[in-house]
Ligand binder design. Sequence first.
Ligand code: 6MZ
Length: 326
Amino acid sequence: MDLFCHKLPKIELHAHLNGSLSKLTLKQLGCLENSISQYQSVKAIGLKDAFALFKVAHEATSNTKNLYIATQNVIEEFAKDNVVYLELRTTPRSEEGMSEDDYIETVIKAIRENRFDGILVKLILSLDRRRSREEQTETLDRIIRFKNSFPDLIRGVDLSGDPAKGDFFRDIFEKARENGLKTAIHCAEIQNDAEVKNILEFKPDRLGHGTFIHTNPELWALYKQLNIPVECCLTSNVICLTANSYAEHHVQEWIKEKLPFCLATDDKGVFNTSLSEEFLHIHKASKLNELELWTISYKSIEYSFASAEEKNFLRFSLEKWKIKNI
Ligand code: 6MZ
């Protein structure tokens, strides 16, 4: 099954650029050995400690040259894992000598100059919930400007960052939607029923994690009525201690009730995983067979922010692969 999960053409819809850097990339970017050894979590550490690890990657990508290399390496690694469609997300930030505009331009350039065959890459830009309403609004305006110049590449906006901090500002995402951007919002990664209700009522195109929705009957009923695809990141949740184990992960509820979900790595560097491994975990935890795993991949095409034409192309190649391999 290892080989099957590796070879399966996969769709990655929830990957944070700076959490996806491999140790090899950190080394290439001149990171010191002792920072590198701290960066990757080999055991369950909880959300707070996981968030501290992003600092290592952020230091490594604090100039445009390194950011460019990091983006290309991440794409290459997903391509080698047989990810055929990648929606990479990242939070525009400024550093000394690099403005938010420089940051976005560099990531765009790295994706457009991507050298790897067989992988289609789109960009989602993230708003950090720890930032103020004014800062988030300013970043959104910037994103809208870039989206108008690169509509083929920039497909959506995400809300992420430490779920214990900051807020979801609905009007900011209404504006994103009015401007033709899709919305993917981290939701219920920790228990926060009032916020989850606000997010669900906004009806984003996709939800990240969705860990604590089914635990509240009112929210669960509302969610099931809305039927929004959830990006499930099993290893991330196990390491961050928001799921007790792979077998007890909330994706089981989605499988049982035939609700829409995709599998994703979240931060393949920090959590030392790959999309193939995530498929292997679900195979083991839920006893899914090859056809069922393929179906997860196939259905994820629908939940993606790809254009209708791109979706048709992806469906065609997955169907072709199925005839030969299953
Ligand atoms: C919420 C997360 C996250 O944007 O600098 N990020 N936000 N929950 C998570 N679960 C573990 N994992 C990553 O990539 C790193 C940033 O992505 C968000 C955090 O804001 C983190 O700083 P970029 O490329």
